[in-house]
Design a protein around this ligand. Structure first.
Ligand SMILES: Cc1cc2nc3c(=O)[nH]c(=O)nc-3n(C[C@H](O)[C@H](O)[C@H](O)COP(=O)(O)OP(=O)(O)OC[C@H]3O[C@@H](n4cnc5c(N)ncnc54)[C@H](O)[C@@H]3O)c2cc1C
Length: 294
């Protein structure tokens, strides 16, 4: 399929981005890494006349971390930079892992976390670890700014609550409290360069007696959107986890998914792997949280 004719704009400030968005309205799209957008324009017939690039916008690639505020990933920050960031590796190992194993090095050097979320594929690899960490999106449009919890962001495959003239300025991820652990595990038909067939992410925070104060569990590639497993989370809170409880929590995660049969896996395989990965993810979270306590 031939690439449609389009114009690329290179604004240098957020102000200019918002001006261009309101000038070109329905004929425009934000261009971050282009790794999803260009594919859709080239292979799926998406017509866009004006691409508004984030590449030269000041501050759009920054990743910052502060003990009190947590992590802030700017809307144009590259997957590879997020995956290599020492504070991300230390405090958000599941996110660092997702950003380091998804796609290929070339795609990770171009692609962004914001682009991965706005593209809203059910299998988006950064979505599950960010859901597990309770992340939110800071969005802007002319004259307005709002914060959207990531759990409320996805509405269907390729669909989000973003308004047509609204863009993601940054992703905020709370700092994990002491005695917490997190992890992300994914399975794909091929071990490398393949979209996930199943992804499970978890976050646990323990009290001094080893009881779970807070738990978040999230799944990718097993429902029309990335999903949280609220029932499973509640089963763990207030409990000292043991093998039998983790088994029941895994079964509850299976109840949160609505998988389909496709080229990557059958629905039955996906359900079976959600059970297995949920238990493994929780074991890893527990080990890290217990080490964090000692
Ligand atoms: C070979 C290949 C392998 C891949 N493997 C994986 C994989 O294993 N796992 C996975 O999850 N994904 C994978 N992807 C998909 C893709 O690389 C990721 O989703 C990537 O993170 C998209 O980021 P981007 O910056 O390139 O987004 P873009 O393509 O630039 O944008 C995607 C969408 O988001 C919008 N957008 C981007 N930034 C913003 C913003 N700040 N505010 C508002 N809207 C915005 C764009 O307008 C567009 O609609 C793969 C892609 C390819 C080509």
């Amino acid at each position: 399929m031939a690439m449609p004719h389009f114009q690329v704009h290179q604004p240098k400030s957020m102000e200019q981005v918002l001006d261009l968005m309101s000038r070109y309205r329905s004929g425009m799209k934000i261009l971050a890494g282009g790794t999803d957008l260009m594919m859709k324009m080239h292979h799926a017939g998406l017509q866009v006349e004006h691409l508004i690039s984030l590449n030269r916008v000041e501050g759009m690639r920054t990743i910052s971390w502060a003990e009190g505020d947590g992590l802030v990933i700017a809307g144009g920050a590259r997957l590879s930079d997020v995956g290599k960031h020492p504070e991300v590796q230390k405090n958000y190992p599941g996110l660092a892992y997702a950003c380091s194993v998804m796609a290929t090095p070339q795609i990770r050097n171009m692609g962004t976390v914001a682009g991965n979320l706005v593209n809203a594929a059910p299998s988006a690899d950064t979505a599950a670890p960010l859901l597990a960490h309770g992340a939110s999106l800071v969005t802007v449009e002319r004259g307005a700014r709002r914060q959207i919890q990531l759990k409320d962001f996805f509405t269907g495959p390729g669909l989000t609550v973003l308004e047509p003239l609204e863009m993601v300025e940054a992703i905020r991820v709370p700092a994990p409290p002491p005695r917490s652990g997190s992890a992300y595990m994914r399975l794909s038909a091929r071990s490398k360069v393949d979209i996930a067939a199943v992804g499970v992410a978890g976050f646990l925070n323990l009290d001094l007696q080893g009881r779970v104060i807070r738990c978040r569990l999230a799944l990718a590639a097993v429902a029309p959107t990335p999903v949280r497993c609220f029932e499973a989370e509640q089963m763990l809170e207030g409990q000292v986890p043991d093998e039998e409880l983790l088994l029941r929590v895994g079964a509850s995660c299976v109840r949160s998914c609505k998988p389909i049969d496709d080229v990557r896996a059958t629905a039955a395989y996906r359900r079976a792997m959600v059970q297995v990965l949920a238990q493994r993810v929780l074991m890893q979270c527990l080990e890290t949280a217990q080490e964090d306590a000692s």
